[in-house]
Write a protein that binds this ligand. Structure first.
Ligand SMILES: *[C@@H]1O[C@H](CO)[C@@H](O)[C@H](O)[C@H]1NC(C)=O
Ligand SMILES: *[C@@H]1O[C@H](CO)[C@@H](O)[C@H](O)[C@H]1NC(C)=O
Ligand SMILES: *[C@@H]1O[C@H](CO)[C@@H](O)[C@H](O)[C@H]1NC(C)=O
Ligand SMILES: *[C@@H]1O[C@H](CO)[C@@H](O)[C@H](O)[C@H]1NC(C)=O
Ligand SMILES: *[C@@H]1O[C@H](CO)[C@@H](O)[C@H](O)[C@H]1NC(C)=O
Ligand SMILES: *[C@@H]1O[C@H](CO)[C@@H](O)[C@H](O)[C@H]1NC(C)=O
Length: 591
């Protein structure tokens, strides 16, 4: 935070200028120019973008050591997940979100390429979308600008770029694409093949190649100088009456640069892709495959336009009219011009709102203190008799039958039955139970174990699992439903005929002749039931400590176990070790 003193008309105004720092966690956002001004990356963008000054100080970094001080962490699903389904096998690491820190899902690719993009288990941890999906994004971004085509941006260029007179244009269709198969492109390829049987299409890219570029347009490989490649594409397509602008998939709002390059070139785009493309381009400026029953019907229309230049020229009528509101709006959201600033402004708003609304006391009276929040530690219970006790305290609310217990655990080696955690005077016992040489979480209640339930997904020595045990009221008064969650996913659920008679705040971890041996992290106890989404989110976020019903919150990030809930219950322990840990993994496949 900086204090800036401004002297205006003799009045001293003290202005608080708060910067926003965004850590780009996976991959690089530089392809998009985020945080770079002026953005001059000819090899990719092909233009120099001088961005306007942002209303908040806005810093992007890829320095992961700044994780804890960053206001937001940006994850690009594309880089985060690797191509396709790789994230199911190579589970990505996800650090725990700090209090008042936000996770941004950034990207311009769809779930046909990157299935993680539509995974609820991924989105559970996301606070802000900055993607092509306009209605789902707090900060929507577009490619609706002259991306790569000119050295400076400007919406007027859509009208003012000269176009070759119809009579001098090549009387058929130009096409340039390199991807013939990926992300759904196989459908557009098949459609094109049908068209090519009936009309001439000059395919100058790698896909369906049948026509060579002139030598002066073919000096380098497409990706060697993408900016130049865009210029060539615009120039070459501009010679044709029509150009193919087929997205690789028909996803709502998935409108890439293709149709804009075509519009700028001065040929009429034949468009396949987003069902709502009309919201993205000037009215009457394109021909849509979806308006035709078949490739044949489309080709017949094109042949008609080739024979009737008056009808063809109607596709340029829009250049004489004001731009539609919606097109202007999309142009103003072009990622390359202001995406970074708009993301910062939005995060600044969220952080400020939170700062103004959150009750005081965080990090002083409760919550992880400043010197601990950056640490990543856990505890190890190395022996059967290792023991941690959160002391009973009659002045704080009791666990009275309905509750949620959350923790990460990684057993070292499992005994036949090892006691993991108990509430009160053993009224509730959670243990790890062996059955057919596999180990499961077992929940029992009643001092002599009247009722016991087993989780279905096994616990495996040497593997981190996040477990959640939720007890909530059943349909019949006085009964309850016990639900197990593993890695944030539903595991199994049981109905009880009564509810345990407990009214206690004391909790023991281990503390038995056959106690649990292994690692434990983030022990969190609420005295009410959390939803599955809340259990899932708890895996990768930190609590303030004063959330309603949060009774105990031990992150183990200090050298001594401390309860960071607002109750700050006293903790006693013996024979436990504090140790460093890495980030937990996002396991969308579950277990
Ligand atoms: C982000 O977008 C997805 C759809 O891709 C949506 O399901 C999710 O609710 C959005 N998240 C937020 C925080 O808006
Ligand atoms: C987006 O929201 C607007 C306003 O609610 C609505 O009119 C439009 O149909 C929505 N578009 C999509 C693609 O869902
Ligand atoms: C997209 O829509 C076109 C018709 O406009 C269709 O031929 C094509 O197969 C669709 N693509 C995909 C990936 O479904
Ligand atoms: C050519 O197109 C114009 C404008 O759409 C139309 O008025 C005219 O009838 C067409 N001529 C023929 C021969 O179809
Ligand atoms: C929000 O509060 C935190 C902690 O007090 C402070 O560091 C940060 O600068 C504040 N940010 C804004 C935008 O008010
Ligand atoms: C019980 O909890 C209260 C409130 O957190 C605290 O002030 C008090 O010291 C605790 N008493 C014991 C015996 O731990």
């Amino acid at each position: 935070m900086k204090f800036v003193l401004l002297l205006i008309l003799g009045i001293i105004i003290i202005q608080f200028v708060n910067g926003v720092q965004i850590l780009v966690l996976h991959g690089g956002a530089t392809w998009s120019g985020l945080g770079v001004n002026p953005y001059t990356t000819p090899n990719y963008l092909g233009q120099t973008v001088h961005k306007e000054k942002c209303s908040v100080e806005c810093e992007y970094t890829s320095d992961k050591t700044l994780f804890d001080s960053s206001d937001a962490v940006m994850i690009e699903a594309q880089a985060f997940a690797n191509f396709g389904y790789a994230y199911l096998k190579q589970k990505p690491e996800l650090p725990q979100k700090q209090v008042n820190q936000y996770y941004i899902n950034f990207g311009y690719e769809h779930d046909g390429y990157f299935p993680i993009f539509s995974e609820p288990g991924f989105h559970n941890h996301i606070d802000v979308n900055a993607t092509f999906q306009q209605n789902y994004s707090a900060v929507p971004v577009t490619f609706a600008c002259n991306w790569g085509s000119y050295d400076k941006g400007g919406i007027e260029e859509f009208k003012t770029t000269p176009i070759i007179p119809t009579a001098h244009k090549i009387q058929h269709i130009g096409f340039m694409a390199s991807n013939c198969h990926g992300g759904g492109a196989i459908y557009r390829t098949s459609y094109l093949k049908d068209m090519m049987k009936q009309i001439r299409i000059d395919a100058m890219g790698m896909c369906l190649h049948n026509f060579d570029l002139a030598p002066e347009d073919n000096e380098h490989h497409l990706f060697d100088d993408l900016g130049d490649s865009f210029r060539i594409k615009r120039k070459v397509l501009g010679k044709y009456m029509f150009s193919i602008s087929f997205e690789n998939n028909n996803k709502t709002d998935y409108v890439t640069e293709k149709v804009f390059t075509s519009l700028l070139s001065g040929s009429v785009p034949i468009y396949m892709g987003a069902d709502n493309i009309d919201e993205w381009v000037p009215k009457g400026s394109i021909i849509k495959t979806s308006d035709f029953k078949s490739p044949t019907d489309l080709v017949n229309h094109l042949k008609y336009l080739i024979s009737n230049h008056t009808a063809y020229e109607e596709y340029f009528q829009w250049k004489t009219e004001p731009f539609p509101e919606k097109f202007i709006e999309k142009h103003n959201k072009c990622l390359f011009y202001n995406g970074d600033c708009r993301i910062c402004e939005y995060i600044h708003k969220r952080v400020t709102e939170y700062n103004n609304s959150a009750p005081a006391g965080h990090r002083l009276l409760f919550g992880e203190p400043e010197n601990v929040k950056g640490q990543k530690r856990l505890i190890i219970l190395p022996q059967d008799t290792s023991c941690l006790i959160i002391l009973q305290n009659d002045t704080i609310p009791a666990i009275s039958g309905y509750f949620t217990i959350l923790m990460w655990l990684e057993p070292i080696e499992l005994e036949f039955d090892s006691k993991l955690l108990s509430i009160g005077d053993d009224q509730v016992i959670i243990s790890i139970h062996s059955e057919w040489s596999r180990d499961y979480i077992r929940y029992c209640w009643g001092t002599s174990g009247e009722q016991c339930f087993l989780s279905e997904i096994p616990i495996i020595p040497g593997q981190w699992k996040h477990i959640g045990i939720v007890a909530q009221p059943g349909d019949i008064p006085g009964t309850e439903v016990i639900t197990f969650y593993t890695n944030g996913n539903f595991d199994s659920s049981y109905k009880t005929v009564a509810k345990p008679d407990i009214a206690s705040t004391g909790v023991k971890l281990g503390c038995d002749t056959h106690g649990y041996r292994g690692k434990v992290d983030d022990l969190t106890i609420f005295n009410h039931a959390l939803t599955q989404k809340e259990v899932n989110q708890a895996m990768f976020k930190k609590f303030r400590g004063d959330e309603p019903g949060l009774l105990h919150y031990l992150t183990f990030n200090d050298w001594e176990p401390i309860d960071y809930s607002k109750y700050r219950s006293k903790v006693e322990y013996r024979d436990i070790i504090t140790s460093d840990t890495g980030n937990q993994k996002l396991d969308l496949n579950c277990c």
